[in-house]
Design a protein around this ligand. Structure first.
Ligand SMILES: [Zn+2]
Ligand SMILES: [Zn+2]
Length: 385
């Protein structure tokens, strides 16, 4: 079976890593939108970007836009006429996406920016015709953050009501700095405090799902020790909160990250005390890079049967839809636009026609371009005869 031959279950990556330092991470521009574990990415980025350029400004990505509320905006103000035209265009685009969705049970959405206030995420999602969405609850590259004001909570709830958006389909993504399984006591404590803060924000906002990367051994502990620490972090967070289900993301096995094998997800779930509030978020790019193929009907079925057997679809609560720049089993966490990467359209067509993925938030984290076109493309892959 191709998925088995390409997946190495024993080899551990032993390359030295830069620690999870927020100082380094905040200085280095990231290559990929949304998703990578800081310890490995930082190292790669430093190699590719000469020091002087690291501080230079570049065109903001969707992700960087999330940082903006903390920095004074230098953009010239838009004329009222421009804003109106823009809104009309956006609502026309949203209508196209929703028309393409029709009666589909696939709840497609986008990781949207929350620049300008958390309620803006809801409006941004509506303007693209999203039926689900992800966001960062605070600056994903800083440990410290301003407390969530009551007025912000009220604005968010008003936006949900105004847009008639189901809160159950919102899946915030955790900070990139977290390592839930860190062997470093300081990083672990910082992660646990910051994660609790984020889940408490979900509680206040009425959000029911929250997704995170489990972490990394940083080559300083065994995978088993790391998984146990991850489960302890989850247990601590669950005990102190209510009503929010924590979703472990399937990882690409980049660097020393854990959560790339389905068995590792199972091990974490087994050690979680309250199984009613634990789930999984399946990232298509990550599973592919980890060695799980979905490009033909046979291998797709094999991969999904393996997921069912080891993890169980009952734990699947959300999906990240990303094509992959990296090859099968490459461990590279590099997202590509749907249909333009190595998974290609066929892989997504199996998923879009699989009823096991019905009624789940399915969120794009692809490079910025045209998310609406990507959602229309995905719906066009559905066979609705
Ligand atoms: Zn990723
Ligand atoms: Zn992620």
């Amino acid at each position: 079976m191709p998925s088995r031959t390409t997946r190495s279950r024993t080899k551990q990556n032993v390359k030295p890593e830069v620690s999870n330092s927020p100082t380094i991470a905040s200085l280095v521009p990231k290559l990929e939108v949304n998703d990578d574990v800081v310890d490995t990415v930082v190292e790669e980025d430093i190699k590719q970007v000469p020091k002087k350029q690291q501080r230079k400004k570049k065109a903001p990505s969707a992700e960087e836009a999330d940082v903006k509320p903390l920095v004074a905006s230098k953009k010239p103000k838009k004329e009222a006429k421009d804003i109106k035209e823009e809104m009309l265009q956006q609502s026309a685009v949203a209508a196209q996406v929703l028309k393409a969705a029709g009666s589909s049970l696939k709840w497609l959405g986008v990781h949207v920016s929350a620049a300008g206030g958390i309620e803006q995420a809801v409006y941004n999602a509506r303007q693209m015709g999203c039926r689900s969405f992800a966001l960062f609850l605070k600056n994903q590259r800083q440990w410290a953050s301003k407390p969530l004001e009551d007025s912000a909570v009220e604005k968010f709830k008003n936006a949900l009501q105004e847009c008639d958006f189901p809160v159950e389909r919102i899946v915030p993504h955790s900070s990139y700095l977290f390592n839930l399984g860190s062997p470093d006591k300081d990083i672990l404590e910082k992660t646990r405090n910051a994660m609790l803060d984020e889940v408490q924000r979900c509680e206040r906002l009425g959000i029911k799902l929250y997704n995170f990367h489990s972490g990394s051994t940083t080559n300083k502990c065994t995978v088993e020790e790391c998984l146990t620490t991850v489960a302890e972090t989850i247990n601590l967070t669950l005990k102190k909160t209510r009503g929010v289900t924590l979703l472990i993301e399937t990882m690409s096995r980049q660097g020393n990250t854990v959560g790339g094998h389905f068995e590792e997800l199972r091990s974490i779930i087994d050690q979680v005390e309250d199984k009613s509030r634990i789930g999984v978020c399946l990232d298509t790019c990550h599973i592919f890079a980890a060695g799980y193929d979905i490009r033909s009907e046979t291998v797709y079925e094999e991969t999904m049967s393996e997921f069912e057997r080891i993890v169980g679809f009952k734990y699947l609560k959300a999906v990240h839809l990303n094509d992959s720049k990296g090859a099968l089993g490459s461990h590279l966490d590099r997202h590509e636009n749907i249909g333009k990467g190595l998974i290609a359209k066929a892989g997504f067509s199996f998923l879009m026609n699989d009823p096991r993925f019905n009624r789940l938030p399915m969120i794009l984290e692809t490079p910025e371009g045209s998310y609406t076109d990507e959602m229309i493309l995905l719906h066009s892959l559905e066979d609705r005869k």
